[in-house]
Design a protein around this ligand. Structure first.
Ligand SMILES: [Zn+2]
Length: 258
């Protein structure tokens, strides 16, 4: 049975460590920093088997070189981005075989946050980097609103029970913004209370599930009458498509101070 553990890095990043106990093999996802990863590997006697990268940002790839000095392993990453440490460039539709974990991962193209951002889908889970967050989504830095919206729609169409492993602990701030968008969403209110309790216990609020995100994440709810009304009031004009609604909400969040 696969085990997913978040290794905290920087102020709010999670490097996902995937193991299949009692096997000592480990795979890490988006190691922006090496030292917290090395500490966990050494303390637990784990052997790194591969590194998976979702996009080129420094807080996701910055630790790769140091990890490779520890052990030369395969580094999978987006073919459409330039990352010097990637020796297995991959894109949507490809499969990443991780024989040490007995795992095949399907690669999904999810551009928007960056131009070539990819996600990895396995049985019952997806590793989504900075595309979909618990209660929110990544900023649109390199792609377009159309791309980001269609990437989020691709993830939203995964089965409801799919566990979503994102790369940051942004949940409370995201849900506060979501409540601003949808003050009458009871599920959202409950989720925010639960997130406060979880964080007060020092625990991560991720993973979440697609079902939870569909109920509470404003960026997956741009088709709902509540979100359309909120976005149209903000924009002061009719927004004929869900992409228009998405673009208004994303722009609002970018400038939102809480
Ligand atoms: Zn990023």
């Amino acid at each position: 049975m696969l085990l997913f553990e978040p290794i905290p890095a920087f102020s709010d990043n999670y490097v996902w460590l995937i193991t299949d106990p009692p096997s000592p093999t480990a795979v890490v996802v988006d190691p922006g920093e090496a030292s917290p990863v090395i500490e966990v590997l050494q303390k637990r006697g784990l052997e790194l088997a591969a590194i998976l990268l979702t996009h080129h940002h420094g807080d996701h790839v910055g630790g790769v070189n140091e990890l490779l000095r520890l052990r030369q392993v395969s580094v999978f990453g987006p073919a459409r981005e330039s990352i010097s440490t990637v020796d297995h460039p991959i894109e949507g539709g490809k499969v990443v075989a991780l024989p040490d974990l007995g795992l095949d991962l399907e690669v999904l193209d999810v551009p928007g946050h960056t131009g070539g951002h990819i996600a990895y889908r396995g049985p019952g889970f997806a590793l989504v980097g900075d595309t979909l967050f618990a209660g929110g989504c990544g900023r649109v830095f390199e792609g377009t609103s159309e791309q980001m919206h269609s990437s989020l729609t691709l993830l939203a169409d995964l089965p409801g029970e799919t566990q979503i492993y994102c790369a940051h602990e942004y949940t409370i701030a995201n849900l506060k913004f979501a409540r601003e968008m949808e003050p009458f969403n009871d599920s959202l209110e409950k989720r925010l209370e639960a997130a406060h309790r979880t964080r007060a216990e020092g625990k991560p609020t991720v993973p979440s599930t697609i079902a939870e995100e569909l109920e509470t994440n404003p960026f997956l709810r741009c088709h709902t009458s509540a979100m359309i009304a909120t976005a149209e009031a903000r924009a002061g004009l009719d927004l004929p498509t869900t992409v228009d609604v998405f673009a208004v909400i994303r722009g609002w969040k970018d400038g939102w101070q809480g």
